[in-house]
Design a protein. Structure first.
Length: 319
């Protein structure tokens, strides 16, 4: 397979405050992009070239699940998944099938989820804490909705992802501190990276933060943050933390995210999801297994994985 061009590795150094570790045990994930509809219009959105009116049918989803029983983890994506016409029926079905569900939402419709479908894990990404532009996903504008959702069931889980771009990366440390102060129950935050999905590896697109600046920002946060949150970092295939990967007890299969879109097109890799491959899925088809080597980096690790950086001051951890 052909490697993507100009991919460099950036070494992130940790001090005594942190312990870098691999993400939890490898687990294949089925990503269902339920609908092309969205209630926002974000710049460089992952799905910007797929917005429309189509949505996956429940019949197709049921067939996909039945023919791919090996997937224990199912991520519900959009557009905005809470605009999917059968979202409540789908969540109920997946729970009955004992699937590990994550719902990726902008949070605007968070409290439309009925309590009888909880507990539920939701992931909310944001660029800013406060903004008059809804497309910047200002987190504090939906803070009340987050607290209300969390209060509905003690086992509801909320994951927050700070997406970095050229506009906000210099505010990253300040934002993390303020998020920790705002949500005292939070244990972890993810530092993500906004890229243009039509040309993912191109650093020279307006608004896009370069991989180099992303690495420098992550390093700055680890050097200066004195709070108690653990931190997840994207792009294990680009950033390296000096971990002894070849000797680690880690499953090195790649392509662990299998993507099915609202028009039933299919991508075997999250980082190919933007391509118009005209590869369509038969709902009665078993999805292919993961590869041994990443087609983008040539490495035996999934570029979509994260590194989990554990904060030693959290939960009384010792070095």
């Amino acid at each position: 397979m052909t490697k993507s061009k100009n991919i460099k590795n950036f070494l992130i150094k940790t001090n005594d405050k942190w312990e870098a570790t691999f993400q939890d045990k490898f687990e294949e994930s089925l990503l269902l992009f339920l609908t092309e509809k969205c209630n926002l219009n974000c710049q460089n959105c992952f799905m910007a070239n797929k917005m429309g009116e189509k949505e996956l049918s429940m019949d197709n989803i049921v067939s996909i699940i039945k023919n791919n029983k090996r997937f224990k983890k199912v991520d519900l994506m959009g557009g905005e998944p809470l605009l999917y016409s059968s979202i409540n029926k789908l969540i109920k079905y997946l729970k009955e099938e004992n699937k590990d569900i994550s719902l990726y939402t902008n949070g605007v419709l968070l409290n439309s989820i009925p309590e009888n479908l909880m507990p539920l894990r939701v992931c909310i990404s944001f660029y800013e804490l406060e903004s008059s532009e809804a497309s910047r996903k200002p987190l504090f504008e939906i803070a009340d909705k987050i607290e209300k959702f969390r209060a509905k069931h003690k086992d509801n889980i909320i994951k927050l992802v700070l997406l970095l771009d050229e506009t906000n990366y210099t505010n990253a440390l300040d934002y993390i501190n303020k998020v920790e102060d705002k949500f005292s129950w939070l244990k972890k935050i993810t530092i993500g990276l906004m890229r243009n999905e039509d040309d993912y590896w191109n650093d020279n697109i307006p608004g896009v933060l370069s991989f180099k600046k992303y690495a420098e920002t992550v390093q700055m946060i680890l050097d200066n943050y004195d709070g108690k949150l653990d931190i997840d970092v994207f792009l294990k295939g680009v950033l390296t933390f000096g971990l002894d990967e070849e000797n680690a007890e880690y499953d090195y299969r790649t392509n662990r995210f299998k993507c099915v879109f609202a028009d039933m097109s299919y991508s075997e890799c999250l980082f190919n999801a933007h391509l118009n491959t005209e590869q369509y899925l038969d709902a009665n088809y078993e999805l292919p297994k993961c590869l041994d080597t990443c087609q983008h980096t040539g490495k035996k690790k999934c570029i979509a994985d994260k590194v989990r950086v554990l904060n030693r001051s959290n939960y009384g951890r010792e070095k």
